[in-house]
Every structure is written in structure tokens, then in C-alpha cells.
Design a protein around this ligand. Structure first.
Ligand SMILES: [Zn+2]
Ligand SMILES: [Zn+2]
Length: 472
């Protein structure tokens, strides 16, 4: 609709035969401001890492500056902003309500702002810290506008992510090689990705030499500090694969009575004993080995030039299982049997009582020896150690914490604190959640996974500084 020309002003005498509009033929309100664009601009979905230090250029932190532009550029135009929450996932983290606590919920600092002289209205949008939430901000010149209203502009979809910078260190095996083939970082990354955590490798994958690590070593931090390189990164977690975590040395005595060999026959078999439940320090396991036959007695030596007594880690037993085997050489045994009397062999040795895994501060430790014999790496063993890794790293990130640690954890958001159902360890889904134990509860070992409650907790965790909860 054309406006009646204002007869009081001269009208340019432009011929109108072509039907083209004269400058006076301008629609009503065309000079009224319109929303022409918004930032972040609509387009592909954007991942925003809410647990990293605030830096909008890197899409980090919880704040997103939203700017709406009007044209013609004019100051003082009221722009209304609102959050599209339709894509926010349901959650069970709070027992009272599906809403997040105010401190971790999404919000706009203002819902209406007047444009500046450049025609720009800006608000700060604070993302919820809940992984996987997706938000879009709409701007409108109408108060109480709805999503589909004409004239609105909308940002891209912003998805809440967290990033964990992990550093991997795998100890050398006691015999040859190292434990790299058992480190399932790819699987960890996939499992975390489903829970909106991106695993990013930092530092240097060190391969510390074989050594016995104790729980006290880890608590003191000496062992892990020796080779951590990426610790200055935010949201840092160190993952260690070690031979074992020793809780102490135990001494055992093994005794075998050998019947006298009849005259004329000879003894050729090794005396050997297989162990599956013990963890040996191959450098320090032997105490003594002696024999007694009638009035005579003597000693066998360990690893001397005759190899009287040896320990072999990870050998196949007759029944197909893999064992650690202590052998007393047959020729040595034959020698002491020469009196043709009964022989008693007494072997004294040390083994370790061990922890399968441990989490302390920002260190998650997986012990390999309790699960795999040193030379082995089977799918079952990998899955077992994967259970342990998910479990210990889960503790480090804040899952299934001791009540005391949970209270002390100052920078954990309310959402973390409401993680109560699992207690120290999680019993959901008939104890099949990976936060129940470091040892798989099924045989053969199934693919380890978090139960629904722990999945929810993983999405709710404030991961600005993993390992805040101390020891587990
Ligand atoms: Zn645990
Ligand atoms: Zn659970």
C-alpha cells in the first residue's frame, strides 16, 4: 500500500509509466528498526566447553555473549531475548525435581535490552553446566514473542560439553615391553563422549620403568609427579597403568614331601607350583628354599648358575590357564634324592597384597598384574582393565565419592552434591554399574558401562578441576 504523497512538499517529476516506485512510494514503517542478525549466528551446532577457563573465542566457559543487530542502526530500541529449552534433556540427578539448581542452570542476565548507538543489543547467556543440554537464544522486537514469530532472529544451537585433558603413563612390564597394549584410551574416549565429555591427550605418554608402587607412593605424589608433563592444563587428569599397587608384602611357606625313589630309578620331573592369585615382584620374591632328607639337609639357590629355583611369570598351565610358576630344577632335586630317603622341600617366598585400582586427587591408577599375568593381553583382560579405568577415572571426576570428601569438595556444583544414591560405590542395576567395583562382576567380562544414575551424574559433574575430592 502506497502512502498518499504529501502535497505540501514538491514531488520529483519522475515518469511512472514503467510502474517503478517513486521515492515517495515507501511503505509505512519501512524506516522502523528490524532485527537483521544475531551472534552467535544461526548455522551448525556448536560445542561449548563449560568446564574450561572462560574464553568465548575458544568456546570455553559458561558465558556466551549474544548480540542482536537492528537496522537502520538506532539507539534505544527494545530487544527481547528468550531461551529455547525444548532440546534440554530430562535428568534425574536431583531427587526433588528435574530442574537444575539455580547455580548450574541456564539463564540470561537480562531478557530485554535497549540497543546502543550502533543498533546492537547484547546480553550474556549463561549455559547450564549439564553435559548434552542444547540451547538456542531468540531475539524479538515483540515482548512475549514465541519461537515461530515473524521477525525473530535465532542463534545457532549451543551444546554443553566438557573437556578432560588426560595424560597417560604406562609402566614397563616386569619381563619385556610395557603395558601400552592394555591402555584402552580409545574406548574411554568413546564412553565419555556419550556423556558429553571430550578426552584430550596432553603431556607426554611416558613409559616409567618397572617398579613396585605402593598406595603411600601415590598419596605422596612422588611416583606420578616424576613424569607428569601436562599438569598445567586445566581439567587435568593423570592416568597410570602400573604393574600393581602394593599394600604390603606377605610371606608364604610352601612345603612338598617327595617319596623316596626306589633303587635303580631316577627322578626327572621339576618340582613346580603354580600361582594365579598372587602378585610377585620378580626382583624381590625369594626368601629361601631348603631340603631335608634323613639326617642330611641343604639349600637350593635362586637364579644362580644352576638355576635351582626360578620364577616364571605368565606361563601356560596344563589346564590352559595362565599362571606364575615357581620351579625347582629336576637335576637339583635328583641330586638331593640320592640318599634314597624321603625328601622334604621347603620354599619361602614373598608376594604382594594388591589394589586393583586407585584414585587419588587428579591421579587414576589401573593395576595390571591383579588381572592379567604379565605377558598377557586378551580381550577379557582389556575389558577387565577397562572396568577399572572407567571406575577409577570416574572417582577422580567426582563419582561415587565418600560422603566426607563430598562435603569437603568446595567447587563442586549442587548437582554433584545431590549424587547421593550411589554412596561410596554404586549399587544400581543389580551392581552391574561400573562404579560398583574395579573388578568385573560377570564372566566372561562384558563391555563395562555406567548405569543410568551414574550416566546422569557424569553429565551433571562440574569438571573444572577433577580430583578435588581427595582420596577414594
Ligand atoms: Zn571405587
Ligand atoms: Zn552407577
Amino acid at each position: 500500500m502506497g502512502k498518499e504523497p504529501d502535497k505540501s512538499k514538491p514531488v520529483p517529476s519522475v515518469p511512472d509509466s514503467s510502474g517503478s516506485k517513486t521515492p515517495t512510494d515507501v511503505p509505512v514503517g519501512s524506516n522502523d528498526p528490524k532485527l537483521v542478525k544475531i551472534e552467535p549466528a544461526d548455522g551448525a551446532k556448536v560445542k561449548w566447553y563449560v568446564n574450561l577457563p572462560a574464553d568465548e573465542t575458544k568456546k570455553q566457559g559458561r558465558d556466551v555473549t549474544v548480540k542482536a543487530y537492528v537496522e537502520p542502526k538506532a539507539a534505544g530500541v527494545a530487544v527481547y531475548f528468550f531461551i529455547d529449552q525444548d532440546n534440554v534433556s530430562s535428568r534425574t540427578i536431583s531427587e526433588d525435581s528435574e530442574d537444575l539448581a539455580a547455580s548450574v542452570a541456564a539463564k540470561l542476565d537480562k531478557t530485554s535490552v535497549k540497543t546502543d548507538g550502533e543498533g546492537v543489543a547484547a546480553v550474556k547467556f549463561k549455559l547450564a553446566s549439564y553435559g548434552g543440554d542444547k540451547y538456542r537464544i531468540y531475539a524479538s522486537l515483540k515482548k512475549d514473542a514465541a519461537k515461530g514469530d515473524a521477525g525473530n532472529v535465532q542463534t545457532c544451537e549451543v551444546e554443553v560439553w566438557r573437556k578432560i585433558n588426560y595424560e597417560l603413563e604406562v609402566m614397563a612390564r616386569p619381563d619385556t615391553g610395557d603395558y601400552s597394549d592394555l591402555a584402552c584410551m580409545g574406548t574411554l574416549a568413546e564412553k565419555w563422549k556419550d556423556l558429553f565429555i571430550e578426552a584430550s591427550s596432553v603431556g607426554d605418554d611416558s613409559k616409567p620403568k618397572f617398579q613396585i608402587v605402593t598406595q603411600a607412593d601415590i598419596k605422596k605424589g612422588d611416583y606420578q609427579k616424576a613424569f607428569r608433563k601436562g599438569a598445567t592444563e586445566p581439567a587435568y587428569l593423570q592416568i597410570l597403568y602400573v604393574h600393581d599397587i602394593s599394600l604390603g608384602i606377605k610371606e608364604e611357606t610352601y612345603e612338598q614331601k617327595l617319596k623316596a625313589v626306589p633303587e635303580g630309578s631316577s627322578y626327572t620331573d621339576d618340582v613346580s607350583v603354580d600361582y594365579t592369585g598372587y602378585v610377585f615382584d620378580p626382583k624381590d620374591w625369594f626368601i629361601s628354599c631348603s631340603w631335608k632328607s634323613g639326617s642330611k639337609s641343604g639349600k637350593f639357590k635362586k637364579d644362580d648358575k644352576n638355576d635351582d629355583v626360578t620364577l616364571a611369570l605368565g606361563v601356560k598351565a596344563k589346564d590352559g590357564t595362565t599362571v606364575d610358576r615357581i620351579t625347582i630344577k629336576s637335576t637339583s632335586v635328583a641330586e638331593v634324592r640320592s640318599p634314597r630317603a624321603d625328601v622334604t622341600i621347603t620354599l619361602k617366598f614373598k608376594h604382594m597384597s594388591v589394589l586393583a585400582g586407585y584414585s587419588y586427587g587428579d591421579t587414576a591408577v589401573v593395576a595390571c598384574a591383579p588381572v592379567v599375568r604379565p605377558k598377557l593381553a586378551t580381550d577379557d583382560a582389556r575389558n577387565s582393565l577397562m572396568t577399572c579405568l572407567l571406575h577409577e577415572a570416574g572417582h577422580s571426576l567426582g563419582l561415587a565419592m565418600k560422603a566426607t570428601a563430598r562435603k569437603k569438595a568446595k567447587n563442586l556444583a549442587k548437582a554433584n552434591i545431590t549424587y547421593e544414591k550411589g554412596g561410596l560405590h554404586c549399587h544400581e542395576a543389580s551392581d552391574t554399574c561400573v562404579m560398583f567395583d574395579t573388578i568385573p562382576q560377570t564372566s566372561p567380562v562384558r563391555d563395562p558401562s555406567f548405569g543410568d544414575y551414574c550416566k546422569d551424574a557424569m553429565r551433571a559433574l562440574n569438571l573444572t578441576k577433577p580430583g578435588t575430592a581427595g582420596s577414594f
